[in-house]
Design a protein around this ligand. Structure first.
Ligand SMILES: Nc1ncnc2c1ncn2[C@@H]1O[C@H](COP(=O)(O)OP(=O)(O)OP(=O)(O)O)[C@@H](O)[C@H]1O
Ligand SMILES: [Mg+2]
Length: 143
């Protein structure tokens, strides 16, 4: 699927949010500046969040809780983690059934570390658009 602008990326995230349920993990990959955080902001807006969504790259995890969102969300960015042990220490798998987890740079330590229900790869194009490849559980197709 082709996403022409950042507004379109946000709108895609907003729509995708309607398909997400607690316990889902969304693994988002793509290079620096690909639009991973814009996508997460769209998802959060689709879950009812009305504020600005900041990148969690320094904090690693930003948590959103009702009533700010309809369903609790952990917004994670693995870019600044040094090793996979730190990933375990974050305890992201705890309370797994109660929240939606969005992970930027999900494949930083290889695809095995983040077991996701949804995988989204973002490939920036020279014209500023993005090609999105979306894979979901029980879905052999992409795009
Ligand atoms: N088609 C597009 N889709 C998404 N973002 C776009 C698009 N065109 C331009 N942009 C811009 O690209 C930037 C994407 O930034 P964003 O922080 O979302 O990237 P990121 O993938 O999260 O980067 P990082 O790896 O640093 O976390 C934003 O400034 C956004 O406005
Ligand atoms: Mg980001």
């Amino acid at each position: 699927m082709i996403i022409a602008t950042d507004a379109d990326m946000r709108a895609f995230g907003h729509a995708l949010a309607q398909d997400l349920k607690p316990s889902d993990w969304v693994a988002i990959n793509g290079p620096l500046g690909a639009g991973k955080t814009v996508l997460c902001a769209g998802i959060l807006s689709g879950l009812g969040f009305e504020g600005e969504v900041a990148s969690p790259s320094y904090a690693i995890v930003h948590s959103y809780e009702p009533p700010d969102v309809l369903v609790a969300v952990a917004h994670v960015d693995l870019y600044r983690l040094d090793n996979a042990d730190e990933l375990d220490e974050l305890g992201l798998a705890d309370e797994r059934s109660e929240r939606i987890t969005l992970v930027e740079w999900a494949e930083r330590f290889g695809s095995a570390y983040v077991v996701a229900s949804h995988r989204i790869d973002i490939a920036p194009q020279s014209d500023g658009s993005r090609i999105l490849t979306v894979k979901m559980d029980n879905d052999d197709t992409s795009n």
